[in-house]
Design a protein around this ligand. Structure first.
Ligand code: SAJ
Length: 405
């Protein structure tokens, strides 16, 4: 089969290369320099296993700036959140579908993998395709892979496929690279499923964060309490932290609720999670209450541990608020090469600092020893991820404050 994959980002490029194991694939992107880079044999994305996959399928993959006629088209473009209205910006999806509509013919298959609000397939995508050619097969098959484990998840996870029986056989052939099960349903349910998954995670994290702030007031250790509660066979509480980052979980709950005033829990969970950087700043404030212009070392700007991705990171909000409060902020992240703020090495970040605040749960921070904090002006630490060796640090005279304790 010949397949065109439209949108070559974090999801599209790995998907295109996996498809190229069995099919002839043209990867399409509006970014001319990305297309040139790929056609020069270079990979612009760092994902475990992607390099060797690229070498393996190189002769079956080409890149282009416009869709070419194919048997199947897979659309993997971003759906950003329109921050003013808290609604999905479907501009990229519309443009991608229209570009496919220019070349699609009867009987061919179009798959939308981008995450979209319920009703988008029926109301926006399918009408454009129906105008382009009679009997275009359609499926909404949202991606659900996690960064830095993208290939493992794409080849191992189940998939939800919103389609009808006419497309099912081609879909099975297309996604033959996955060992996961294909769950067939209608497109609107598939849209809902994807958003429900990420919303459930957001609400779960908000509950853990609420437990953390309540425990601080009561005077118990939320982490110990959660560990014990999780021994119960029907309880599975997530980990509190400095808030939720990443492109998906921060936006998908809004895609689900839209403007529906009946939604109460979901916006509240968003609000709780968005408030966590401020809460962490409050813990820092207590540590440096005696200092006039405190210097704060931020350890970690990636949105979660051991990744280099900083999209929607809670560190961003923390840094902005701290700077607004007149703090002198220095930022270090061993996984991130560039960020809105200048990044420095760990020693420079800690040198002369009054408080070190752990924002990201990178493994590299777990073994920090008392001596690592020697260069600080005032040796105080805020651990928003509960990952440091608190007893060892306290025994060495370091003042340690832990979110949720
Ligand atoms: N976090 C916590 N406490 C936890 C778990 C996570 O504070 O107990 C924070 C993380 O630090 C991070 C954020 O939540 O800032 C989100 O991280 P994550 O690992 O929960 O999820 P993502 O955003 O990396 O990927 C999610 C995944 N969805 C689910 O697990 C339901 C992934 O499978 C999806 O493919 C992805 O969103 C997506 O693309 O939609």
């Amino acid at each position: 089969m010949r397949v065109a994959v439209v949108g070559l980002g974090h999801i599209g490029l790995p998907t295109a290369l996996l498809l190229a194991k069995r099919h002839e694939v043209v990867g399409v992107d509006v970014d001319e320099s990305l297309v040139a880079t790929l056609n020069d044999g270079e990979l612009p994305l760092d994902e475990p296993g992607l390099d060797s996959l690229y070498d393996e399928v190189n002769d079956k993959f080409t890149a282009a700036t416009d869709p070419e006629p194919a048997d199947a088209y897979v659309i993997t473009v971003p759906t950003p959140l329109d921050q003013r209205e808290n609604v999905a910006d479907l501009g990229f999806v519309r443009a991608a579908v229209e570009s496919v509509a220019d070349v699609v013919s009867s009987g061919e298959l179009v798959v939308l993998e981008s995450t979209v609000p319920p009703g988008t397939s029926e109301r926006l995508v399918q009408p454009i395709l129906a105008d382009a050619a009679a009997d275009v097969r359609y499926a909404h098959c949202p991606e659900r892979a996690i960064p830095e484990r993208t290939l493992d998840e794409m080849t191992g996870n189940d998939r939800v496929v919103g389609t009808d029986e006419r497309a099912a056989e081609t879909i099975r052939d297309l996604y033959a690279f996955t060992d996961g099960e294909l769950h067939l349903t209608d497109p609107t349910t598939a849209e809902f499923v994807k958003l429900a998954e990420n919303t459930s995670r957001d609400v779960g994290i908000a509950l853990a964060n609420e437990f953390a702030t309540l425990a601080e007031g009561i005077g118990v250790d939320a982490h110990e309490a959660i560990d014990i509660a999780n021994e119960h066979p029907r309880v599975d509480i997530l980990n509190p932290g400095p808030g939720v980052g990443g492109h998906c979980i921060t936006t998908d709950p809004w895609f689900l609720t839209g403007a529906d005033a009946q939604a109460r829990l979901v916006p509240l969970a968003r609000d709780i999670n968005d408030g966590m950087p401020d809460h962490v700043l409050g813990l820092v404030r207590k540590q440096v209450a005696h200092v006039r212009r405190p210097r704060v070392a931020v350890l970690g700007v990636a949105y979660k541990g051991n990744v280099s991705d900083t999209r929607e990171t809670p560190a961003g909000r923390f840094i902005r608020r701290a700077e607004n409060d007149g703090y002198d902020v220095r930022v270090h992240d061993p996984h991130v090469e560039s960020y809105d703020e200048p990044l420095v090495d760990r020693e420079t970040a800690l040198d002369g600092a009054d408080c070190a605040v752990v924002i990201t749960d990178h493994d590299a921070f777990r073994d920090l020893a008392p001596a690592d904090f020697d260069g600080m002006r005032t040796r105080t630490v805020v651990d928003s991820r509960n990952i440091l060796a608190h007893d060892t640090l306290r025994e060495a005279g370091i003042s340690v404050s832990v979110l949720g304790d």
